[in-house]
Design a protein around this ligand. Structure first.
Ligand code: FAD
Length: 378
């Protein structure tokens, strides 16, 4: 190897892959990240980043930057979608870091900037992997190839790395879609209504999660979960419309009607998941995030789990070094599987914070706090 260090290749610079790269680089590893997209654009979507994630952002020095561009709600409100009655008022403070809601593209830009210059490679779509036993040959669709000592598959729900480990298998369509829309706060000024910082409106079979995505609170965002029998499109998302939203939320609370009336553009995304995988790594390949344990997004913790995976995998590789990757991968799965599977099942059930409950097990968690459990002790 050119600089005498073992090389780590990460496939995918999404919310988990970029943080994995930055954490591993901070720990002194030689890491490159390969992303299929030619560049990232500011897609119209928001995301929650809980205190459990902000504790990890501290390690790569981006926590203050993320807080600086985010809305930082003090509570998560749950309300009946029709009557507006409060079913939960859950404090988001007191978990050792800040709770942020932010624009996904802005967050991703900060994460990518945390990578060492020249180590993020766009336009590199993984085509094929060959683990020879002594290293891994990585071939991209543009005809180029590289070699690495280990490969981290952070390539999302349709992961090619997962497919290499476990064979081709489509994810399960959940029967739900999520609509996503960003609304300029100016459009909401005409209503004599209060638009809360972070509120989930619950109906019997559908919901709408709403929050600000900027520190200036000039952008309000909603994301829904609405039953939809089959996903009949090939693309990752399609355009929806104000009319479709109005039909889906007919009879719901006046605040929801105001949001729909103020919607300029809205997209519709299928929600997929998978059953827990029988393995998270094989040979020199290891998975994290949606490649490993995708979930319906209803706890707002999917990316958080990808980032926690990144932190735990880094810890394990620091413990063993890349040469002993087998031990590191075993430790990683041992120390992540229970928590990721629990979050996956609560998220898929869509019950989190509907009623007053203590979310400390999610937000209070500090991935660096507990000593690593060994494989045999698990
Ligand atoms: P991704 O972020 O999907 O990144 C995968 C990356 O790999 C992409 O950049 C992709 O282009 C790249 N890639 C794919 N294939 C290849 C290839 N062959 N070669 C090279 N690159 C490749 N989570 C939260 O924590 N909070 C929320 O509020 C939240 N809201 C959500 C709302 C909706 C509607 C949805 C659908 C999801 C939401 N999630 C949320 C979940 C979250 O988006 C995912 O769990 C998270 O993005 C997973 O991160 P990841 O890095 O594993 O995968």
């Amino acid at each position: 190897m050119s600089n005498g260090k073992e090389k780590i290749a990460i496939i995918g610079a999404g919310l988990g892959g970029a943080v994995a790269g930055a954490l591993l680089q901070h720990a002194g590893f030689d890491v490159n990240v390969y992303e299929q997209a030619p560049a990232f654009s500011r897609l119209g979507a928001g995301i929650h980043m809980g205190p459990n994630v902000l504790k990890i952002f501290e390690r790569i020095g981006v926590d203050k930057k993320v807080i600086g561009i985010s809305s930082t709600p003090s509570h998560w409100f749950s309300r009946d979608g029709i009557t507006g009655e409060y079913t939960a008022r859950v404090p988001l403070e007191g978990y050792g870091q800040t709770y942020c809601t932010v624009h996904r593209g802005d967050l991703q830009a900060i994460q990518c900037d945390a990578l060492q210059p020249g180590t993020l490679h766009f336009g590199k779509k993984l085509a094929r992997l060959d683990d020879s036993g002594t290293d891994v040959l990585i071939e991209f669709e543009d005809g180029t190839s590289i070699r690495a000592d280990i490969v981290i598959g952070a390539d999302g729900i349709n992961s090619r790395v997962r497919e290499t480990l476990l064979g081709q298998e489509k994810p399960n369509y959940s029967g739900w879609v999520g609509h996503r829309a960003l609304i300029s706060s100016d459009k909401l000024k005409k209503y004599d209504l209060t638009f809360e910082d972070c509120v989930k409106w619950w109906g019997p079979d559908r919901h709408m999660m709403v929050y600000y995505t900027t520190a200036r609170r000039d952008e309000y965002y909603y994301v829904t979960g609405v039953p939809h029998p089959a996903w009949e499109f090939d693309s990752a998302f399609v355009d929806s419309s104000r009319d479709e939203m109005a039909a889906a939320f007919e009879g719901y609370h006046p605040i929801i009607q105001a949001l729909i009336e103020s919607t300029d553009g809205v997209t519709k995304w299928p929600l997929f998941n998978r059953n827990p995988l029988p393995l998270w790594s094989k040979g020199r390949l290891v998975l994290l995030g949606d490649a490993c344990h995708p979930m319906k997004p209803h706890m707002a913790q999917g990316a958080a789990m990808a980032i926690e995976d990144a932190a735990m995998l880094t810890r394990c590789l620091q413990e063993t070094g890349v040469n002993d990757f087998r031990t590191a991968f075993g430790l990683y799965e041992t120390n992540r599987r229970d928590r990721a599977t629990r979050v996956q099942s609560v998220s898929n059930a869509n019950t989190f914070l509907l009623k007053q409950e203590d979310p400390a097990w999610v937000y209070g968690y500090d991935i660096y706090a507990a000593p690593l459990k060994s494989e045999t002790a698990a």
